[in-house]
Design a protein around this ligand. Sequence first.
Ligand SMILES: Nc1nc2c(ncn2[C@@H]2O[C@H](COP(=O)(O)OP(=O)(O)O)[C@@H](O)[C@H]2O)c(=O)[nH]1
Ligand SMILES: [Mg+2]
Length: 228
Amino acid sequence: MHRVKVRVVEDALDANATIAAANRADFDRAGVTVVNLMSAPGAGKTSVLERVLGDLGGIRVGVLEGDVQGSLDADRLASLHIPVTQLNTDGGFGGECHLDANMVRSALPSLPLEDLDLLVVENVGNLVCPAEFRIGEDVRIMVSSIAEGEDKPLKYPLMFRAAELVLVNKIDLLPHVDFDLDRFLHHLDAVHPGVPHMVMSARTGEGLDAFRDWLVELPARVRREVPA
Ligand SMILES: Nc1nc2c(ncn2[C@@H]2O[C@H](COP(=O)(O)OP(=O)(O)O)[C@@H](O)[C@H]2O)c(=O)[nH]1
Ligand SMILES: [Mg+2]
């Protein structure tokens, strides 16, 4: 019985990988670099995006917002005047705790891919499921806010291992929270040796310029790594 269950999960992940590859091919054809942005609920994904996406120089950016329900985050980004598409996992996808490649594929027709250089997909807030499902992205970024505690890399290693960049957010709360940044970084390095990180506050703006620059340079960097 247990073996059958494992087999079904493996098949589902295989199917996801196939659809993710199809998404990737479509993104490559349109020349769009794709970021999969993941975190626990409330770590500050939308807040960081609000702060940086309005000013990416010549980079044309769009957002795909994944949520179980509603369009609160998409509404928050409306003032940036960039294309934002909402994808709800309760709309025919069973209220899933993550986006998968098939859900993203269903949203492709409503994305102006030809007009974008960069697409940021804000995944459903969750530290477990999103790490298992590739969606056809080029890079995975995760946000970990200091209010979540310094032990989270040890408790959710798959997510921290999946990320190519870790944003340590809410650093403005350091005086109010029992959080030892060095210890967090030590834990991070233990589960994902050498992974780059940026320390920031979406509230004060500290550290956001570095992330903005990183995003601006990302499409050129990805094109260099994957020659057409
Ligand atoms: N103090 C502080 N609060 C923040 C920061 N970033 C986000 N928040 C707050 O944390 C809450 C969740 O942020 P949100 O961007 O919606 O998180 P998301 O669920 O990951 O998209 C909101 O009340 C934000 O105002 C930060 O850097 N410092
Ligand atoms: Mg959000």
